[in-house]
Design a protein around this ligand. Sequence first.
Ligand code: FAD
Length: 284
Amino acid sequence: MIPAEFEYVAPSTVEEAVQALDRAGDDAKVLAGGQSLLPVLRMRMADPGLVVDLGGIPEARGVREDGDTLVIGAMTSHHEVMRSELVRGHAELVALTTRTVADPQVRHRGTFGGSLAHADPAGDLLAPALAMDAEMVVAGPSGRRTVPAAEFFVDYFTTTLESNEVLVEVRIPKYTGWRAHYEKFNRVAQAWSVVGVAATVLVRDGVVARARVGLTNMGATPVRAHGVEQALVGSPPTEEAVRRAAAHATEGTQAGSDASAEADYREHLAEVLTGRALATAASG
Ligand code: FAD
């Protein structure tokens, strides 16, 4: 199908983008990589009068360091994220998860910020963002605010972003030296997760000193598996310790049923995939 007619602007600064969105009220949409928005427009599930393309805003693109923090511009493509030495060195979980997103075509167009702003519960990058305590830097008419990932994702396809706000960058504390793995179950190669588990651990002297685990598609928003983390920390990452920790995987989840899987199968997957993610991460 063909989208309904809309006006198109391509601002060169974040402030110009915010002004354009603010002027349009609720009648505008931000365009990032377009991998999710364009199908929505073509199916006429949305028909905004204005599309604000962030593609020409240099500030929103690229990966940099800011002291102990890694900063990923919202408009950085999945391809750039997974190839970035900085991401691989300080947020390996993000790089490994991004590798599982879709196919090379989608990864060249789709963006890190677009995935987070879209907030598809089956989207793979939400779980690592949550598990790693990422912070979203959001620009609006009255300036910028920082939103922790734990508060950013509100519901299915819903974040705290207002219609006149733009996600500018994502700030992630550095996880240098941590080991990581993203374990994803999907029915078709290169598709979204039926369930996914993002795990990163810091092993010191053969013992798990710290652990972070996030679950994909186990509810309307990504879920932080605090019970798993607490159960594993302080133990050597043996098969038995990993199995005991993974038994906590479904705590706080609200898995839904859909054409891909029933809720109880998702719960089974969450436990199995958590065990695999932890074992693989811990073994380095
Ligand atoms: P867009 O499509 O441009 O925007 C998506 C939404 O977010 C829109 O509502 C837009 O207004 C809003 N938005 C985007 N950027 C911002 C911003 N900076 N500030 C405010 N609002 C913003 N994803 C996965 O995680 N795993 C997969 O396996 C996977 N498989 C895919 C397979 C296919 C065939 C396709 C087409 C997509 C797939 N995706 C998958 C989705 C892909 O990762 C998209 O890149 C992502 O969903 C949206 O990113 P985008 O940059 O294309 O955003």
